[in-house]
Design a protein around this ligand. Structure first.
Ligand code: HEC
Ligand code: HEC
Length: 459
């Protein structure tokens, strides 16, 4: 009799152990990778004033339409005082140019305030910008001549923008084509020397899968970069990816690479903006208990002893649009993945590594109130609609005015439409733009859901 009990207990324990070591197939722990350390202040200076994008528009041809952006004080160097935040003044062999920087995608207004690190959710990629670039390059060539130093320094920017512009068109304003941008640029680069080649040597996928630019302040908790957790190994090798636009070769890449551990150090200091309205603390406390029961298994706990679990959640479990994950796992981005593994980016010291696994990261929710729209493709306008799938609009439109924010539902005020009106209508029926899945908030009562939202305001 005793023997049987012991046996039962033993086999139960063994079974439990197997389960524990096997892990939950619905989510997978993302292993951390070693990062180089850096100097945050030097990183901020380089980010704001550095020439990591080393070719651009000659200063005399640069005109900025947005005068209000000039009054933002970001503590930039004097030569950048009269430029909008997303552009940097650079000098190459005494040719003065204006080059785009990281803030073209990683800076945005909210409620009239410019926030460095908040993803740009207003830029309009629905047009093919090629005709505008062609016009500009004709004018520059006409003015300076094809033999001039100015043309010579501008020409790399010209070649790169001509290659990418026709390929980056999205279906709706506000989403970003960065994954495709990288795929197009590397198709024009030799993986070993990083030199530009005019003919694309890799097959460029037809589709442009949209993403919502993530806020920078969550990176410090994450063991992998990007929604699909593909960015492993040395993060700096991914952070410097914008330089692929204009870099000459590996000698320039090496110089740029030395600065990016500093940029990473600075990004790791960014704190999310505080929710600016009053918070009902009692309700938020109740919300915390409900959150910790229903959400923290994937998104972690918050506060001084908070822990972030770093899980990649399977597509079947989260159920959100699968196009981005599939592009990596099912072959669309295969040529790009192979290029990367052979390239200087992964083969040089402190290499970056692409790890391809199906699923999406359950992001840290710090400052989540500020980073609408939601999900990796920005298909859901508010946190409230994310947590109550019945409310999610199929076709929706917002004003793209940074003051037009809903501080109760946490996200953009929007109009729910019957069908697509124009390229500012988010159409969730298109592949890559779907707003399905993440039904974890549906099982909460309305009162509990509102309590969770109150709690999210405190993060
Ligand atoms: C053309 C727009 C664009 C530019 C320019 C750009 N990024 Fe990004 N960045 C993105 C998008 C979109 C993502 C998310 C892609 C994904 O996860 O699939 C991203 C992701 C990131 C992440 C990862 C965040 C996370 O939590 O996983 C970091 C960090 C980052 N970018 C830093 C930079 C830096 C530094 C620069 C400038 C050197 C830069 N980016 C330039 C669009 C851009
Ligand atoms: C099984 C894991 C899991 C559970 C449980 C879960 N989430 Fe998520 N959550 C995810 C994943 C994965 C994503 C990213 C999906 C995507 O972008 O396609 C996500 C995305 C989100 C986002 C959007 C983040 C952004 O930046 O766009 C919010 C907000 C969120 N979850 C809140 C919650 C809340 C609140 C709960 C509890 C009611 C919850 N989640 C429960 C896995 C989970």
């Amino acid at each position: 009799m005793n023997k049987i009990i012991v046996l039962v207990i033993l086999s139960a324990t063994i079974l439990l152990c197997i389960r524990a070591t096997d892990g939950d197939p619905k989510k997978k722990f993302i292993e951390p990778s070693v990062q180089r350390s850096g100097d945050a202040a030097a990183g901020y200076d380089y980010l704001m004033n550095g020439d990591y994008v080393s070719s651009g528009i000659p200063v005399s041809f640069f005109s900025s339409k947005s005068s209000d952006s000039l009054s933002i004080d970001l503590g930039r160097a004097i030569q950048n005082h009269n430029l909008p935040p997303q552009f940097t003044h650079i000098i190459k062999d005494s040719v003065e140019m204006v080059a785009p920087n990281c803030l073209s995608c990683h800076g945005e207004y909210l409620n009239g305030e410019y926030i460095v690190g908040l993803g740009n959710s207003t830029f309009n990629y629905t047009y093919n910008l090629a005709p505008a670039t062609n016009f500009l390059s004709m004018a520059i060539k006409g003015n300076y001549g094809a033999d001039s130093d100015v043309w010579n320094k501008y020409s790399q920017f010209d070649k790169a923008t001509k290659a990418i512009n026709p390929k980056l068109v999205t279906e709706v304003r506000g989403v970003n084509p960065a994954d495709k941008l990288t795929a197009v640029l590397v198709a024009h680069r030799d993986p070993v020397t990083l030199e530009w080649r005019d003919e694309a040597a890799l097959e460029i996928p037809d589709v442009t899968i949209p993403t919502d630019v993530p806020p920078w302040w969550v990176l410090k908790k994450k063991n992998a970069m990007f929604y699909t957790a593909i960015g492993r190994g040395d993060f700096s090798k991914f952070l410097m990816a914008s330089s692929i636009l204009t870099m000459r070769d590996t000698s320039e890449a090496k110089v740029i690479d030395e600065h990016f551990p500093d940029v990473l150090a600075w990004i790791n200091t960014i704190e999310p903006p505080k929710y600016p309205k009053p918070i009902d603390q009692d309700r938020a406390n109740k919300g915390k208990v409900i959150f910790n029961k229903n959400c923290s298994g994937c998104h972690g706990t918050y506060g001084t002893d908070g822990e972030y679990p770093n899980f990649l959640v399977s597509l079947e479990t989260v159920g959100t649009d699968r196009a981005l994950s599939d592009a990596y796992t099912k072959g669309t981005y295969r040529p790009f993945i192979d290029w990367y593994s052979e390239s200087w980016f992964s083969q040089s010291d402190n290499g970056g590594e692409l790890v391809i696994e199906e699923g999406y990261v359950a992001q840290p929710l710090d400052g989540i109130w500020a980073s609408a729209p939601y999900l990796h493709n920005g298909s859901v306008p508010t946190v409230e609609a994310l947590l109550n799938s019945k409310l999610r609009p199929e076709f929706w439109k917002r004003s793209f005015d940074s003051y037009d924010y809903d501080y109760d539902a946490l996200g953009w005020n929007y109009t729910d439409l019957e069908s697509k009106e124009d390229n500012e209508t988010y159409d969730t029926t298109i592949k890559g733009y779907k707003n399905t899945g993440h039904l974890f908030g549906d099982r909460l009562s309305d009162t509990d859901r509102m309590a969770v939202i109150e709690y999210l305001k405190t993060l």
